[in-house]
Structure formats: C-alpha cells, structure tokens
Design a protein around this ligand. Structure first.
Ligand SMILES: *Cc1c(COP(=O)(O)O)cnc(C)c1O
Length: 357
C-alpha cells in the first residue's frame, strides 16, 4: 500500500518538542527529495553533491517545516491570529498554515521588495497584508512589538518552534544518506535555517545516528553579509530578496554553530548567484529562486579559490521554488528579456527553424 508522508510533526513526533495535547496543523510538509547533482559535483570537483530540494514543500519553501510547528503551538495555546515579518516566503507559509488552522494571519512585508509569486500566495490564503515603509529588519522590529503588546502570536524564526521544525531537514538528509555529509551548504539570511540544520545534526550525533556534525557553510549575498563583515548591515542590497537581511535574528546561534561545526560564512556577488541560478536550471534540472542558488554559488567560489573538495560528500539546501520569482528565468545573462520564437504551423518551416531539416 502506498505510504503517504504525514508531515514533519507526525513523522518525527518523538524528536520534536510536542506531546499528545498538541493540535497538529499540517499540509504534509517535509519528506523533500535529495537529488544527486553530478553536473555540480563535477563543476566543483567533489565526490558527490546532493541538492535538498525544499521548493517541493507545500508552499514552495523550507519555511513550511517551521511553520507547521509554530502554528500548531499557537493554536494549541489558543491563538486566534499569527503575525510575521517577511521577505515573502514566511508570509506565504504563515498564511497557508493559518488558513488550514482556521485563524487569521497578518504579514508585514518591506515596501516594493517582495516577489510577485510570494505576494500572490499570501493574498490567495487570505492574509492581512501590510507593506511597511522600511526594510525587513524594520518589519521584524514592528512584528515583535505587536506580538508583545497585542493578541497576536509571532511566527518568525525568533520563535524557537520554527527552528525546531526546520531541524527535520537534517534528519531527512541523514536517513537518506545513512551518514552525515562532510559539508552542508546553505544560503543565509536570518540564519534560522543554518542554525536549525546544525541543531538537527547535533541531535543525530547525540543519538548515535551519525559520528560527526558536517562542516556548516553559510553563504550570504555580498551586499547583505553581516556574518562576513562581523557587523549588521544598515541598508542591505541584493537581488536575492529572501536573504536581504542586515541584522540576522539568529546571529548568536549561527556563530556558535559555525564554531562547533568548524564551518564558515562567505559572501557571493549577485551576478554569481544569478549564474548559478541558471546553471542549476540548465545543467541539473532543478529550478530554484535566485536566493536559493546562493549556497551552490558559494561552493563554486570556494572551489575556484582553491578549496580541495575531492572525495567529499556535500549537501546543498536549495531553499525555495523557482516559480515564486519566475521573472529571473525570463532574462538572459545580460538582463535581456527572453521570448519564444513565433513560427507558422507548417512542419517543414518549424523543422528548418529547429535545425532538424
Ligand atoms: C527564508 C529564506 C532563506 C533564508 O533563511 P534564513 O533562515 O533566514 O537564513 C533563504 N532562501 C529562501 C528561499 C528563503 O525563503
């Protein structure tokens, strides 16, 4: 009989901070594919590279793993509304899980800096959406303030339930590989996901499932790289809107994770992110949003800078689905719009155009 994946809370019930009183709100998140990417392995000179394709989650990003936990807890505690600040994917996820729970969601997004697909998701799931005059960091300050003083429950990744749910990504990697990778690479914005994977791997070490924590490599966009510069960035700027964050909420957690995993942080330029975004689509077959290509772009940068990856098994989390921010795929390397050619309905002409005749 076919087995239906039951969502991360039911699949990992014993390994999450839940009990029999928890009202589980799920859309079947998690259980995402770990896809072998031989073209990327060859490009960076590694033994094996796998992509953890988080765009396959119900709302198209890894945020769903944390949101099932955060909204389940909120509902269990009687919340009637949830609030979040978002560059887009958190709001899409919060709105969907609130809809499933039958409660209200409020999302605060930075004015003019949200991808159309993500805004459409929040609207579709009936969120109350407010565009705030300011950047993501301003939105988060406001959301925290409202949650502290009014009857709304905060579901940003400063809420530890989010990190708790997101750690299941590491559990799945370990179960699939039957060991830990040598290196785990991911894009970093608020660093919640970086911290969550570390937590998941650490728990797997403590439970004796794996022998070591992989080196955690986190990459930021260079116009928005507080971990690399060692200080918050006032006006973060990058086309990678999901990681356009100057003052990461999980700063201290992530620093500790890097230290203990002997990992690193790096910064990648926007053109290199877009190059990798195209490479993943064209050579690997996985369509991600630009921000999601930042980890792989960082891996390539490390390889080009002389890091020897021979013999290494590497997992790269690609965080969100390409359809959310599809406009980038419709531009060529020079930013020119790509349009399909127009032809007649005569086979001979079409064959000639395709170079078949
Ligand atoms: C949220 C998000 C990130 C950044 O994750 P953090 O936990 O904030 O570091 C990266 N990529 C995508 C697509 C996201 O939605």
């Amino acid at each position: 009989m076919a087995h239906q994946w039951r969502g991360v809370i039911r699949e990992y019930f014993d390994r999450l901070d839940v009990d029999s009183n928890t009202k589980i709100i799920t859309l079947g998140e998690g259980g995402t594919p770990l896809v072998a990417a031989p073209a990327l392995a060859q490009l960076v000179g590694a033994e094996e590279v796998y992509l953890k394709v988080e765009g396959m989650n119900p709302t198209g990003s890894f945020k769903d793993r944390g949101m099932t936990m955060a909204v389940s807890k909120a509902v269990t505690h009687g919340a009637k509304a949830v609030i979040c600040a978002s560059t887009g994917n958190t709001s899409a996820s919060a709105a969907a899980y609130a809809a499933a729970a039958g409660i209200q969601s409020v999302v605060l997004v930075p004015k003019g800096k949200i991808a159309l697909g993500k805004l459409a998701q929040a609207v579709a799931h009936k969120a109350q959406i407010l565009q705030v005059k300011g950047n993501f960091d301003d939105c988060l300050d406001l959301a925290r303030d409202l949650a502290e003083n009014y009857a709304v429950h905060l579901v940003n990744s400063v809420n530890p339930d989010r990190i708790e749910g997101q750690k299941t990504g590491a559990f799945e990697v370990v179960e699939f590989l039957d060991r830990a990778p040598d290196i785990h690479v991911l894009p970093v914005g608020n660093a919640g996901n970086y911290s969550a994977y570390f937590k998941g791997y650490k728990e797997d070490v403590q439970a004796g499932r794996i022998k070591h924590i992989p080196q955690m490599w986190g990459y930021q966009a260079d116009g928005s790289a507080p971990f690399v510069y060692g200080t918050p960035v006032k006006n973060p700027d990058t086309i990678a809107t999901a990681i356009r964050i100057g003052n990461p909420a999980s700063y201290d957690l992530a620093l500790a994770a890097r230290e203990e995993s002997q990992g690193r942080f790096g910064a990648v330029k926007d053109p290199d992110i877009l190059w990798m975004h195209r490479f993943l689509s064209q050579e690997v077959g996985v369509f991600v949003e630009p921000s999601s290509a930042t980890g792989a772009a960082g891996l390539l940068q490390a390889s080009r800078a002389g890091d020897n990856l021979a013999g290494k098994t590497i997992v790269v989390t690609v965080t969100g689905n390409g359809l959310k921010d599809a406009a980038w795929a419709l531009k060529d390397e020079r930013g020119k719009e790509i349009k399909p050619q127009i032809v007649s309905n005569r086979a001979k002409e079409v064959a000639e155009r395709l170079g078949l005749a």
